[in-house]
Design a protein around this ligand. Structure first.
Ligand SMILES: [Zn+2]
Length: 457
């Protein structure tokens, strides 16, 4: 809620800082140079723009670390390329006048003080690690866009009420590890897991300058932050196909996953008559078809997938006596996920009776609950896009992001920019420079509106 915020001097403009640097002039963007008095602060704030040339140059420069022959990067967490990319990024943060530190979990933080020390910080950022043979935009756009926002504010001499924290989460692609450590307890078993780099999570954290034995000290709890914003590429084709500039993320879908074991009876494929066979693979096939039918029988955007299957003993001349497969369901609505899960189990029972097979469902450890973005922050994004003359649409995120962990400790929102052709996790991943600039400006103005209005309740 805004309470007279227009009158308050929320952003203190320092006129002496309005000397345009050469890079700023080259980058097209700003300026709010006409500010003469505090009453003009709101208007000058509205005309503030990021340096588009600079943020796109930074994307190109970061792409050098872990560069692969296909034109993307292989900058997996805890690799030498990751370390170098982080060094480069920390340099940009310092140039943006952020105070840089690495926490015990290996996350990088760049802090900028606000004018009201009583307010909790606004956190914004993303990640720079990639999948093996990844692209140059996933995560990078959010990190470099966030740093660009900080630098633009510094150059404009704009002080926010809330302190600002730009975060570079470590090892997003390998399982949201950095944000997990900040928002939830990390078990010894988890720390022993192996990352793509060949290092365990524990060794990886130490490699980045963290201290895996002190992870408890990095924990933040509900209410410790004013909120969290993340700019990210869509990684799907919706915005590109519909020619929409900005995605306002409604939430990050929840995932439920089961390991299903079907029990039948293995027997000779030549001598066992068709009638009376307890074929576990046939029963599995029926349920796989049913998963698709049940998931598509309801209106909504839920998705259901059987992605892995194995039949035992797995010989051409033996009726399968046992089959194991996975079922995964994703949706923004947790109750819908539960309902679909129940319907699938009921169908399994029915199918089992047809050929005397049994189904057992084990809930997989990977799933997580849906994380909804905060309506007040979504409204700030919508207003920022409108103010900038950009089209926008509200949409779910089918992919996981650090924002889903951040949502555990405060209000969260995400801004998507288009991925050309919907391609991601590929060297061919591409977001146009114009869309990068649009997204970064939306981040800037969402942040300013958030700062003015205060943390939503
Ligand atoms: Zn990402």
């Amino acid at each position: 809620m805004r309470r007279g915020s227009k009158d308050a001097i929320l952003v203190v403009m320092n006129r002496r800082r309005f000397v345009q640097s050469a890079s700023l002039a080259a980058g097209a963007a700003v300026t709010a140079g006409a500010v003469q008095a505090a009453s003009g602060a709101a208007q000058s704030r509205a005309s503030l723009r990021v340096n588009g040339t600079r943020v796109n140059t930074h994307i190109k420069e970061l792409a050098a670390f872990g560069k692969n022959p296909q034109g993307g990067v292989s900058r997996v967490a805890y690799s030498e390329a990751d370390r170098q990319g982080r060094e480069y990024t920390m340099g940009l943060m310092r140039a943006a006048q952020l105070t840089v530190s690495v926490d015990v979990a290996g996350n990088i933080w760049g802090r900028r003080p606000g004018s009201d020390a009583a307010l909790k910080p606004i956190v914004f950022g993303s990640h720079i690690d990639s999948v093996p043979e990844g692209g140059n935009y996933d995560g990078d756009v959010g990190v470099l866009g966030s740093i660009e926002v900080a630098q633009s504010l510094a150059e404009a001499g704009a002080t926010t009420r809330h302190s600002l924290e730009v975060v570079v989460w470590q090892n997003e692609e390998g399982g949201l590890w950095g944000s997990h450590a900040v928002t939830g307890p990390v078990t010894a078993q988890e720390l022993a897991q192996m990352a793509w780099s060949g290092k365990s999570i524990r060794d990886g954290i130490a490699f980045l300058g963290g201290d895996p034995s002190k992870l408890d000290s990095v924990r933040r709890r509900q209410g410790d932050i004013a909120g969290y914003l993340e700019l990210h590429i869509e990684q799907g084709g919706t915005l590109d196909r519909e020619k929409v500039a900005i995605g306002i993320v409604e939430g990050i879908v929840g995932i439920a996953r089961w390991r299903v074991t079907v029990g039948g009876f293995a027997n000779h494929a030549g001598t066992t008559e068709m009638a009376g066979r307890r074929d576990a693979l046939l029963a599995s096939a029926r349920l796989i078809e049913a998963v698709n039918r049940i998931v598509t029988s309801r209106p909504g955007r839920q998705v259901g997938t059987v992605g892995r299957i194995q039949a035992f003993p797995g010989a051409a001349n033996v009726i399968p006596g046992r089959v194991e497969f996975s079922i995964e369901i994703r949706d923004l609505d947790a109750s819908n996920i539960d309902l679909l899960g129940t319907q699938i189990r009921e169908e399994a029972t029915r199918i089992g009776k047809l050929n005397d097979t049994t189904f057992s469902f084990i809930v997989d450890s990977a799933p997580h609950k849906p994380a909804l973005s905060h309506p007040a922050l979504r409204a700030h994004i919508a207003a920022a896009a409108r103010q900038l003359g950009l089209t926008a649409k509200v949409m779910p995120s089918g992919a996981g992001h650090d924002a889903q962990n951040a949502a555990l400790i405060g209000p969260m929102a995400m801004i998507f920019v288009p991925s050309v052709g919907g391609i991601s996790h590929s060297p061919r991943e591409f977001t146009t420079p114009e869309d990068v600039v649009s997204g970064t400006n939306v981040l800037l103005h969402t942040l300013l509106a958030f700062d003015a209005a205060g943390a939503p309740r």
